[in-house]
Design a protein around this ligand. Structure first.
Ligand SMILES: Nc1ncnc2c1ncn2[C@@H]1O[C@H](COP(=O)(O)OP(=O)(O)OP(=O)(O)O)[C@@H](O)[C@H]1O
Length: 321
């Protein structure tokens, strides 16, 4: 578990982390999203001990990271934390095999163990056929697969991803995110994903923190935020749905959840209540494997209470916006 409380870090006058509080639980795929300069990479650097925070606490499995002083303590600590980057950071002139073997060689594993582990990992990341290929001859997506395999070579329990898909096209991004999900599900690795892309959060994260000017602006499960306060994400998607709603009458947001698909209600609503309404706008999203979203309807001011009461009676989530 990663426990962060009141974390502060400045570069000279610039306060980059300004009281960060969040917990990342074992098995999470945790998204840290924010605009450029919000402090996301700095926070990742604190988690793996590369950045020294000034005050507050950051514990990984109970170990206060800033208390690690001796080289061997730091090395042992980092062994459990793999990291991947936007630009892959693998050695182009070496083969796929060698790139994955390097951390194992550094830790003086036996040749036979290295061989077994590297072969297991290339299978996991789907690169068996490229095992002898030089990294420079690989595509971006394949390079990121090598980087993931290398990051997991020492059986890391935590994988930190710093904009790991930002240099990839959408289809390859999807494949890499699916691979990260497989790593999380099959190996139980906790994954922390730093990104400025909402689509990345929606595809794989279970929890998310929105970082703004060195503070956590919002934190919670992605599902809850998508359902209850999607406007939080508007800055990242560029789609603030509430801006296009009519200014007359009252707008009601009806939410699709994993348990309720309210489409049937649209034909019944007018009939049962004897009122008119306008279907204004709807947006559907995939969140991991589910379809989620909301539909906005516009009703006359005098009808709003009975519409809300009716929807709630039918166990449909709805609110006036
Ligand atoms: N070594 C450093 N010295 C001085 N300032 C720094 C240093 N590293 C980062 N900064 C500044 O700290 C702020 C936060 O940087 P950081 O890289 O953590 O943000 P970020 O949210 O990851 O941004 P991006 O998405 O652009 O990578 C930025 O204003 C950056 O210019």
């Amino acid at each position: 578990m990663i426990e962060i409380s009141d974390l502060q870090l400045s570069y000279g006058e610039l306060e980059v982390l300004n009281g960060i509080n969040l917990n990342i639980y074992d098995g999470d795929i945790y998204g840290i999203i924010g605009q450029s300069g919000a402090g996301k990479s700095t926070l990742l650097g604190c988690i793996n001990g590369l950045q020294k925070y000034e005050s507050g606490s950051l514990k990984v499995d109970g170990i206060e990271v800033k208390d690690l002083k001796k080289n061997f303590e730091i090395r042992e600590f980092r062994r459990n934390i793999g990291m991947i980057f936007q630009q892959f950071a693998i050695i182009d002139r070496e083969t796929v095999y060698k790139n994955i073997a390097i951390p194992l060689e550094c830790w003086k594993y036996k040749k036979s163990e290295i061989d077994k582990k590297v072969k297991e990992l290339v299978r996991l990341v789907g690169l068996e056929e490229k095992i002898k290929e030089k990294a420079k001859n690989l595509s971006g997506g394949q390079k990121q697969r090598v980087a993931i395999a290398r990051a997991l070579a020492l059986d890391s329990k935590i994988l930190l991803c710093d904009e790991a898909t930002s240099a990839l096209d959408p289809k390859i991004t999807k494949d890499i995110l699916a691979l990260l999900r497989k790593v999380n599900e099959t190996l139980g690795v906790t994954i922390v994903v730093v990104t400025h892309e909402m689509s990345v959060v929606k595809q794989i994260c279970n929890r998310v923190a929105v970082l703004d000017e060195g503070k956590v602006a919002v934190e919670g499960t992605v599902e809850d935020i998508l359902l209850h306060s999607p406007q939080v994400f508007a800055a990242f998607t560029g789609e603030d749905e509430t801006k296009i709603l009519p200014t007359e009458g009252k707008n009601i947001r009806i939410v699709y959840t994993k348990d309720s698909h309210p489409e049937k209600i649209f034909s019944q609503l007018s009939r049962d209540l004897g009122i008119n309404y306008t279907l204004v706008y709807g947006s559907m999203d995939r969140y991991r494997d589910k379809l989620m979203g909301s539909v906005y309807i516009n009703v006359d001011v005098e009808d709003v209470d009975k519409v809300i009461e009716y929807l709630h009676m039918k166990s449909i989530k709805a609110e006036v916006v």
